[in-house]
Design a protein around this ligand. Structure first.
Ligand code: NMN
Length: 334
């Protein structure tokens, strides 16, 4: 049923099971690292929830999946508090929706936004926070529910692309993505299969399962890698744009994905997305879309966040490869 046709009673009746289903899928994905459905199935259901709540704003409740980040940090790992919350990201599923998002951002906000976006590959891993004090790595943590994450400090120390010491005595937090390269994922699953252990559903879940280990030796054997992409306190880093922040992080010794690009028009934006839609299979790591960020960091801060997502960035999600034609017909069961 089209959302525009729903009566309020129908909407109310649909919302409860829809939210329950999304919470169950979320727990499987975020907490157990073992999803039971493909991302596009989750995304369609989530999108429907967003649309129903937009049509009936008074039916929004604080514990709706649209109002909360990720899953609970329920593992046996120690907990850390994120002073600056680690948020989720809004998404769009077509170039038309992305153009719409940009138009609204540029025309309808109190903040002046130019067509000056940094585009990055959306690495299919899990968010990671790294804290340095006087240039030394002192803490690594997962996002968890955005405010409370899991302490994985000893585990991140086993990841080769993460510098333990920076060339400058910075006391700063860096954020990025922890992922498992495609080749490492295939080998890991082959080994697990040979040993009669359950295999991981995809590289993202393998990365999450490998990072969230109680024994750092297990993490060390898993060949995790990282791409860093965000510094909350950019002023301390001495940069003013996202592209500069990436370059500065690279200079500090972090792994930074080289395939980013600053664009100034819809045509350049479309060209980038088309290019990486084609190149995606050849990359040695999985990507599930493109992230568009307002390049100017002061403008990012001025735009701010909703309770769940930054207003200065959006993810364009690739259509699911095989199922592209059936995606609109997907139903969820409760
Ligand atoms: O947690 P955030 O940053 O909002 O990321 C959402 C991503 O996680 C989306 O790509 C979504 O498809 C994926 N996800 C998948 C499932 C699943 O059951 N396959 C559940 C929750 C989130």
């Amino acid at each position: 049923e089209a959302v525009s046709e729903l009566t309020k009673q129908q909407a109310q009746a649909e919302l409860t099971p829809l939210r329950e289903q999304l919470k169950k899928w979320g727990a499987e994905y975020y907490e157990q690292d073992n999803p039971s459905v493909e991302d596009y199935v989750y995304d369609r259901a989530y999108q429907r929830l967003v649309e129903i709540e937009q049509r009936f704003p008074d039916l929004v409740v604080p514990d709706s999946p649209t109002q909360r980040v990720g899953g609970a940090a329920e593992s046996q790992l120690n907990k850390v508090t994120h002073e600056i919350p680690m948020l989720s990201m809004g998404d769009v599923f077509s170039l038309a929706e992305l153009a719409d998002f940009n138009r609204r951002q540029q025309d309808n906000s109190d903040v002046k936004v130019d067509f000056d976006y940094n585009l990055e590959l959306k690495i299919d891993g899990l968010s990671l926070s790294l804290v340095y004090e006087n240039g030394r790595l002192v803490q690594g943590s997962t996002r968890g529910n955005g405010t409370i994450g899991e302490d994985v400090t000893e585990n991140v120390k086993t990841i080769k692309s993460i510098p333990q010491v920076l060339p400058e005595p910075l006391s700063l937090e860096f954020r990025g993505e922890c992922y498992m390269p495609k080749e490492a994922f295939v080998k890991l699953n082959e080994r697990r299969e040979a040993e009669g252990q359950p295999v991981f559903a995809n590289p993202r879940n393998a990365a999450a399962g490998s990072l969230r280990q109680l024994d750092p030796k297990v993490t060390a054997a898993r060949q995790l890698d990282t791409f860093m992409y965000y510094v909350p306190d950019y002023q301390a880093l001495g940069v003013t744009t996202q592209a500069q922040a990436l370059e500065k992080m690279r200079a500090l010794g972090f792994a930074v994905n080289p395939n980013y690009r600053v664009v100034h028009s819809q045509a350049e934006l479309t060209a980038y997305i088309e290019e990486y839609t084609k190149k995606r299979d050849q990359l040695p790591y999985g990507i599930d879309g493109i992230v568009e960020k307002v390049n100017d960091l002061a403008t990012q801060v001025a735009l701010g966040n909703t309770v769940k997502v930054p207003r200065w960035e959006i993810a364009y999600k690739f259509p699911p490869e095989e199922q592209a034609t059936v995606v609109r017909d997907i139903e969820w069961t409760v």
